[in-house]
Design a protein. Structure first.
Length: 86
């Protein structure tokens, strides 16, 4: 099983999906042993990714682009969340 370090913002409710996915075994089902690393903010996730301290990170598109500008070798996986209009 391949070990990966997953950084996520502990302040963001939307990042809870990564923790839930890990708890439900979605990473293990794909052969990944995910070490979940809660970080203070999206900026902290970006800095950890740029420093090579995490393999996967969550965050805004702005933080992702800043990480690339700072030299992080990164691929983009984008997910959009919508809510129904009332």
């Amino acid at each position: 099983m391949r070990k990966i370090r997953v950084g996520y913002s502990a302040e963001s409710i939307t990042d809870a999906s990564m923790v839930i996915a890990n708890e439900k075994g979605y990473f293990k089902n794909r052969g990944l042993n995910a070490e979940m690393l809660p970080l203070k903010s999206g900026k902290e996730v970006r800095l950890a990714m740029t420093a090579g301290q995490i393999d996967v990170g969550t965050g805004t598109f702005t933080n992702f682009m800043a990480a690339i500008a700072e030299g992080a070798p990164a691929d983009l996986c984008f997910c959009e969340t919508r809510r129904k209009n009332k």
